[in-house]
Every structure is written in structure tokens, then in C-alpha cells.
Ligand binder design. Sequence first.
Ligand code: G3H
Ligand code: 13P
Ligand code: ZN
Length: 324
Amino acid sequence: MNTREMFKRAVAGGYAIPAFNFNTMEQMQAIVMAAVETKSPVIMQVSKGARNYANGTILRYMAEGAVAYAKELGCEHPEIVLHLDHGDSFELCKECIDNGFSSVMIDGSSLPYEENIALAKKVVDYAHQFDVTVEAELGVLAGVEDEVAAAESHYTKPEEVIDFSTRTGCDSLAISIGTSHGAHKFTPEQCTLVNGVLVPPPLAFDILHEIEKKLPGFPIVLHGSSSVPMEEVNTINQYGGHLEAAIGIPEEQLREASKSAVCKINIDSDSRLAMTAAIRKHLAEHPGDFDPRQYLKPARENMKKMYIHKIVNVLGSDGKLAQC
Ligand code: G3H
Ligand code: 13P
Ligand code: ZN
């Protein structure tokens, strides 16, 4: 299914739909199990990097398999979107639309304003012929967005959002209010030390609220929303990893954002951390194991636990299926 009805209900209901990236079968299984157990709609998203790693055709059929698997797990009416994350060209978006994706993102955020509009509109015009929904982005996140590099972030300008959404016809808008991709979202110098914990600067909720006023009820998307759980980082480091100064977005802020027009929250890094922590721990404790199933099973369990936590305790999308 596409995102249209899903987002309408999420904005009205004051919760956000989880958008989890997947590259492997174990991630896909963990996402489906978590969504079924919590009766949550879910967006399964695939980046250009994921397509290069796992092959676009395989991922597309894995998503079809995800729907069948959800039904097999007892969910008669699963709500699963297959979404292209950070599409960087019309051609890539078209290929995904032609191959059965129900939603795509065109990320022209690093382009000049008028070029971003022209590219997004071209994708929207094509996608809407097939009832595929389109996410566009205005404002630039800090860090690296797939191959779209941005040295510093530029918050979304509220005065541009009406013009941008009207002229592109996009179905949802990704904005920049202080989140960023990866596990190192802030430097320790940018944070304040509170009870031994580094607390990053708050998200720009004033900008979010201004955008909401300009576009009442319009679906807003937050990228770069991993919280980088300290227990996973500590496990990785305890069992031979070396992750220094990994800092994410505090979950209370994501909880607050979920209650607003933010109706899609993107999480990828937390899944990577949960998987790596479980694999490192398992292999350190069982040095004789060499069957991948022995360490991928706890990795899948740990990701599932993380996905359920996000759905229930952060985004509030549990129990929000239209029909169970
Ligand atoms: O926003 C980026 C996502 O986390 C995807 O990352 O390009 O490494 O697959 P990736
Ligand atoms: P994180 O790196 O914070 O998980 O963000 C993922 C994302 O925005 C995918 O588009
Ligand atoms: Zn992103």
C-alpha cells in the first residue's frame, strides 16, 4: 500500500509510522515480527546502497514476502509500504515505481531550490499515474545522505514550504530541524553533560511548529532519527568494537515530534547497532561457533526488541492498524 491513508490517520491520531531500513533477511523478519506483534503499520525502506548491496529485485520480492509472512504470523490485514529511501534521480525513482514500490523519496535537497522543485515535480507526475506516493525534502541534514553530502545542515525555511509542496505536489515533506544520519550526530562539544550523560542540543521545534502552521495536517517526515542507545554502543565496545562518542536523538524528543504533524520517522542506525552488538557478544561468548544462524538468531531477536520498543514507547503506532 502507499502512504496516503496511513499518514492521514497518523497526523490525526498524533503518532508516527516507523520507517525502518532493511538490507538483510534478518532485518526484514525482525521488522515484520515487531509490526505484527504490536499491530502497527510499518514502512520498510530501501536505500540506493541497500539495492547495491542486496540487489533491488531481491529486496522487492523480500517486501512481497514480508506481506505474506505477516499474514502467516496471524495478521490478516498488514499495512506495509515498500519505500525507496533517498532516491537521487528521476531514473532511480522510475525504476522503483516500475518495479512495484508503493512509495518513493526523491531527495533533491542538495540542489538549488528551483531544481529541487523541478525534479520532485517530475517524479510526482510520474508516480501519481500509478498511485505511488512521493516524499520530497527541503532543507539539508548534516552528515552524509547516501551519496548526497552536506558539510553542514541548513534548517528548512518555513517560508518556503507552501510554495514547495504546492508546486511539487509531493505527498509528504522531509524537513531539517537538527537531526542527522548515522551514529555520530553531534560532537561531545555540542552537548551538555547531565548526570554523566552527554545531552545534545534540542531539535528546532519552533521551526517544526511554524511549518505545521503553514501546512496544517500536511505529513512531515524526520530523517536521521536513531537515538543510538548507549547499552548497544557499550556492548559493541565491551566485545571488541571501537565506537567513540556515538550520540543520537533523545527518545523524548522523538516522542514529542510523533505527536505533531511528523508522521514518518526514519530509523536505520539503531538497527545496525542492535545487530552488531548481538553478533559481537555472541561470537565473543561462543568462539567456537561458525554457523551464521547461531549468531544471526540473537541479532534478529535484538533488532526485533528494538523495533517493538520504538513502536510502543516512542512513535506510538502500536494498535493502529485499520483492521487487525
Ligand atoms: O539515510 C540513510 C540510510 O541510513 C541508508 O543508509 O545508504 O548506508 O544504506 P545507506
Ligand atoms: P539514522 O541514521 O538516524 O538511523 O537515520 C536513518 C534515515 O534517515 C534513513 O533515511
Ligand atoms: Zn535519511
